[in-house]
Design a binder for this molecule. Structure first.
Ligand SMILES: Nc1nc2c(c(=O)[nH]1)N[C@H]1C(S)=C(S)[C@@H](COP(=O)(O)O)O[C@H]1N2
Ligand SMILES: [Mo]
Length: 545
C-alpha cells in the first residue's frame, strides 16, 4: 500500500463492541470479588456422598455417551479449523449487511481497504497457518468449505445420537436443570472459582455441581443450536427464498458474526472445562469419561491421552490429504453435501427483493478486470460492437448486440448478493431475464447445463467461466444484467453483461460475459468441474450455501 492511498479506516475491533464483550466477562468477575470482600464466600449446597448402592439418581457414563463425547470433540475441532480458514478469506466481521469497508466491528487483518484504486475482496484474503487452519494457506476457502460442511453434518448427526441417548435414558436429569435454585447455586460456585477458592466438589460420576451442570446445559442446549441456526442464515438459496429466516438473525452479517462468537464460546468453555477436569482429580475424571469407571487408577488417563493423540493425527492427516488430493476432497465433499443441498435448498426459486433505500452504499468488487485487447477495444467503443454469442444444443443459435438484448425484454430487481468469501451487498440489477433468451434460442431437450464464458481471466490465468443448471437458468430472477443501480454496468462490475442467479453464491455469476453455451453437461470445459473456481480452487459445484 502506498502512503497516498485513501483508505477506509477502522480500528481492529470497534470500541463499543470491545466494551460490551469486556463487560460480559468483567462485570461478573468484579461482582464476585465485591461479594466476597463484603459478605464473604457464599454457602454452597451440600451434595451427599453417593455410592452405586445409595444412588437415587442416574449416574455414570454409558458407552454411547462416552463415544459421542469423543466424536463431538473430533468434529468440533475440524469445524473450528475449517471455519477459521473460511473466515480468513474475508477477515472482517460486521453487524451491517452492506459490509462497507471501515464499518466492520472486528478485522483479522492489518489492511485498511484503499478506496482510490481497485482492491478486490480476493485481494483482501489472508494466509492462515496450517497449524490453525484446515487446510491452511491462502485462497483455500473451497477446500475448507468441504471440511466444514461434511463435519457439520457428522457433528449434528453425532449430537442427535447424544440427545436421543440422553432422553431415552433418565440421564437427561444429569444436565437439564429442574429447579431455579440452580442459578444462585451456580453463582455461589462462580464466586468461589473467581476468587480462587476451590470448593469441595461432588463426585461427577454421580452428580455435577450447579455451575458445571448449568454450563454443560448451556453448551448443549443453547450454544450448539445457535451455531446450527446461524450457519444456514448465510445461504443465498435459503434467505433469498424464505426472508423470515434471514430476519431471525436480522441479516447475513449478524448471523455470520454470531456464528463466530459461538466459536469463541466453545473455546472459552473448553478452556474452563479442561482446567476443571485437571484440578478436580484428573485420573478419576478421565476414568469417568473415557472408560466409564469411578476410581483413581491411571488407566482411563492413558487411553484418553492416546485418544487425544489420535485426534491430533487425524487432523494432520486431514491437512495432508487436502494438500495432496484436493480433487478427491472436493469430490467427496460434493458427493456428501450436494444431495442434501438438492433436497433442501436447490428446489426453491429465489424470491426476496429489497427496497431502493436498502441498496448498499459500497459493493465489494471481485475478480480480475479483463486484460484482452478485444474487451478493451469493445469497452473503448462503449460496447457498440459487442455481440453475445449463444450456441450449443439450441435450435436457434444467435449473435446479439446490446440493443437487441434490450429489445428482447427488461426486468429490474433489488437483491442481496452473497459472496462465498462471506461479504454481502444489496444492489439493483436490470437486464434481460434468461427465460426470454431461452424462449428465443429453444434449447434442445438434451441441454441440461448452461455455460457462461467471460472475457476476463481467473486468478491463475485462463478464461473465467461458470455453469448453471437449466432449471436455475429458467428461474424468474435469473438475469443477464447490463445495469447496476440505475446505470450501465461499470467495467469493474462486469460490463457489458453479467449474470445474476439469486439462489447462488457470487462466484457463479460470471461477469464480462462473451458467450453462452447450452450443453448436456459441463464435463467438456477445461478441467470439467463446472466453473473456473471449481477447476482451480476446488469450490463446490452447487453453490446454494
Ligand atoms: N469473469 C469473472 N466473473 C466473476 C468473478 C471473476 O473473478 N471473474 N468473480 C465472481 C465472484 S467470486 C463474485 S462474489 C462476483 C462479484 O461481483 P462484483 O464484482 O460485481 O461484486 O462476481 C463473480 N463473477
Ligand atoms: Mo465471490
Amino acid at each position: 500500500m502506498t502512503r497516498h492511498d485513501v483508505v477506509a479506516t477502522s480500528p481492529r475491533i470497534r470500541q463499543t463492541t470491545l466494551l460490551i464483550l469486556a463487560a460480559l466477562l468483567l462485570v461478573p468477575l468484579v461482582a464476585a470479588y465485591v461479594q466476597w470482600m463484603i459478605a464473604g464466600l457464599p454457602t454452597l449446597p451440600v451434595y451427599p456422598k453417593v455410592t452405586p448402592d445409595s444412588a437415587t439418581q442416574p449416574f455414570g457414563f454409558s458407552v454411547g455417551l462416552r463415544l459421542t463425547h469423543y466424536v463431538n470433540l473430533l468434529f468440533i475441532i475440524l469445524l473450528a479449523r475449517s471455519g477459521l480458514q473460511i473466515l480468513m478469506d474475508h477477515p472482517r466481521l460486521y453487524w451491517n449487511v452492506h459490509c462497507t469497508p471501515g464499518s466492520e466491528w472486528i478485522r483479522f487483518t492489518p489492511v485498511q481497504v484503499p478506496l482510490n484504486r481497485l482492491y478486490t475482496a480476493k485481494d483482501d484474503a489472508r494466509y492462515l497457518s496450517p497449524w490453525i487452519g484446515l487446510p491452511g494457506g491462502r485462497h483455500t476457502l473451497g477446500l475448507a468449505r468441504h471440511w466444514h460442511f461434511v463435519s457439520a453434518l457428522f457433528w449434528v448427526l453425532n449430537g442427535a445420537i447424544y440427545i436421543i441417548l440422553l432422553f431415552t435414558t433418565s440421564h437427561w436429569r444429569r444436565i437439564v436443570p429442574t429447579s431455579w435454585n440452580i442459578i444462585p447455586d451456580a453463582w455461589g460456585y462462580f464466586v468461589h472459582y473467581a476468587t480462587f477458592h476451590l470448593p469441595p466438589e461432588p463426585n461427577g460420576f454421580y452428580q455435577y455441581n450447579a455451575l458445571q451442570q448449568l454450563s454443560y446445559f448451556g453448551v448443549v442446549f443453547i450454544l450448539a443450536p445457535i451455531s446450527i441456526l446461524t450457519g444456514p442464515s448465510m445461504s443465498p438459496a435459503l434467505v433469498n427464498r424464505f426472508s423470515w429466516y434471514r430476519r431471525l438473525p436480522s441479516n447475513r452479517q449478524v448471523g455470520r458474526s454470531i456464528h463466530f462468537l459461538a466459536l469463541c464460546g466453545y473455546v472459552l468453555f473448553t478452556i474452563a472445562h479442561v482446567t476443571m477436569v485437571f484440578i478436580t482429580g484428573f485420573a478419576r475424571n478421565m476414568n469417568h469419561i473415557v472408560i466409564g469407571t469411578d476410581n483413581p487408577l491411571r488407566f482411563g488417563m492413558y487411553i484418553g491421552l492416546s485418544g487425544l493423540a489420535i485426534l491430533f493425527l487425524l487432523n494432520v492427516m486431514a491437512n495432508w490429504a487436502t494438500w495432496l488430493f484436493p480433487r478427491f476432497i472436493q469430490r467427496a465433499g460434493d458427493a456428501i453435501v450436494n444431495p442434501i443441498q438438492h433436497l433442501l435448498l436447490d428446489r426453491h426459486a429465489p424470491l426476496a427483493q429489497y427496497r431502493p433505500e436498502d441498496i448498499s452504499p459500497f459493493f465489494w468488487p471481485n475478480g480480475k478486470l479483463p486484460t484482452s485487447e478485444l474487451w478493451k477495444s469493445l469497452m473503448a467503443n462503449d460496447f457498440r460492437d459487442y455481440r453475445l454469442k449463444v450456441h450449443g444444443l439450441v435450435e436457434n443459435p444467435v449473435d446479439l448486440s446490446l440493443p437487441e438484448l434490450r429489445q428482447l425484454g427488461y426486468q429490474s430487481q433489488i437483491t442481496l448478493h452473497h459472496c462465498i468469501q462471506g461479504w454481502s451487498g444489496i444492489a439493483q440489477w436490470a437486464g434481460l431475464p434468461m427465460t426470454e433468451l431461452i424462449k428465443l434460442v429453444h434449447p434442445k431437450p438434451q441441454a441440461r447445463a448452461v455455460i457462461f464464458y467471460s472475457y476476463g481471466e481467473g486468478l491463475e490465468g485462463g478464461l473465467y467461466y461458470d455453469s448453471q443448471t437449466i432449471e436455475n437458468a429458467r428461474r424468474p430472477l435469473t438475469l443477464l444484467a447490463y445495469e447496476m443501480n440505475g446505470k450501465p454496468l461499470s467495467a469493474v462490475h462486469g460490463a457489458p453483461l453479467r449474470l445474476r442467479v439469486e439462489n447462488q453464491l457470487g462466484f457463479k455469476m460470471v461477469k464480462w460475459i462473451s458467450a453462452i453455451e447450452f450443453a448436456a453437461d459441463y464435463r467438456h470445459v477445461n478441467e470439467g468441474e463446472g466453473g473456473y473456481n471449481s477447476d482451480h480452487e476446488f469450490f463446490d459445484t452447487m453453490a446454494d450455501i
